[in-house]
Structure formats: structure tokens, C-alpha cells
Design a binder for this molecule. Structure first.
Ligand SMILES: *[C@@H]1O[C@H](CO)[C@@H](O)[C@H](O)[C@H]1NC(C)=O
Length: 121
């Protein structure tokens, strides 16, 4: 028996104000079934060269965003993953994009996923 549900991905925001920076999701909505692996991705542009952090959060209705993980890019090697996410969530960040992979999808993964950029300054 297969259960279908939708994972939604939206861009959350960009923290760190440099004119011309942008972050956007590469697909507004990703769907999967229980047990699947899905990949969400965001692209970003910034003229800032001294390091950035790419964050992923998820949000359930009427709840504050829940932090999932962060990865450094543009020379920053920092990475961190929330305890609950260590088994099934992985990410990599490049100088222009970040992906979030979720394995063994669960119904409870249905949420709005948010990517955000923070300049390392
Ligand atoms: C995410 O999934 C894609 C597609 O399966 C794969 O190419 C990539 O290596 C994965 N990245 C991580 C960090 O798991």
C-alpha cells in the first residue's frame, strides 16, 4: 500500500543584507511517497566571497521554523545537523547552490522546507 503526500519547498529568506544577493528554490514543490528519497535544492547568488552559511529549516502550520542543518560554502567548512535530522537528512552546499536530501520519507516530513543564506561576517 502506498501513501502519497506532498513536500513543499519555499525560499524562506536571506539573512545578511548585501544588495544583489538572492536565494531561490529550484522547484516550488517536491512530492514523494513513504520510504522514498527526495532532493530539494536552492540556488543562490552573492558577490560576497568571504564565506556563507546555507541553512535548511522546515515549518509546520502554526509553528516556528524548525532548524534542520547548515553547511558552509565559499571557503567555510562548518557544518552542523540537528539531532533529529542526523539519520535521514543530508546536504551539500556549493558556491551557487545547496541541496537537502531526505531518505526514507515519513508522513511527518510533509512540511514547508526553507533554505536561507547567511553571510559569514
Ligand atoms: C543527494 O541526492 C543526490 C541524488 O540522488 C545525490 O547525487 C547526492 O550525492 C546526494 N547528496 C547528499 C549530500 O546526500
Amino acid at each position: 500500500m502506498e501513501t502519497c503526500f506532498i513536500l513543499s519547498l519555499w525560499v524562506f529568506s536571506q539573512l545578511g543584507a548585501v544588495l544583489g544577493d538572492s536565494v531561490r528554490s529550484n522547484e516550488p514543490e517536491v512530492s514523494g511517497s513513504e520510504g522514498d528519497t527526495v532532493t530539494l535544492s536552492c540556488s543562490y547568488e552573492t558577490s560576497y566571497t568571504a564565506g556563507v552559511y546555507l541553512y535548511w529549516y522546515r515549518k509546520y502550520p502554526n509553528r516556528a521554523p524548525q532548524y534542520i542543518l547548515l553547511r558552509g560554502a565559499k571557503g567555510i567548512r562548518t557544518s552542523d545537523t540537528a539531532g533529529f535530522a542526523k539519520k535521514r537528512f543530508s546536504s551539500q552546499a556549493t558556491d551557487s547552490s545547496t541541496v537537502l536530501n531526505i531518505t526514507t520519507l515519513e508522513l511527518a516530513d510533509t512540511a514547508v522546507y526553507l533554505c536561507a543564506l547567511r553571510l559569514a561576517q
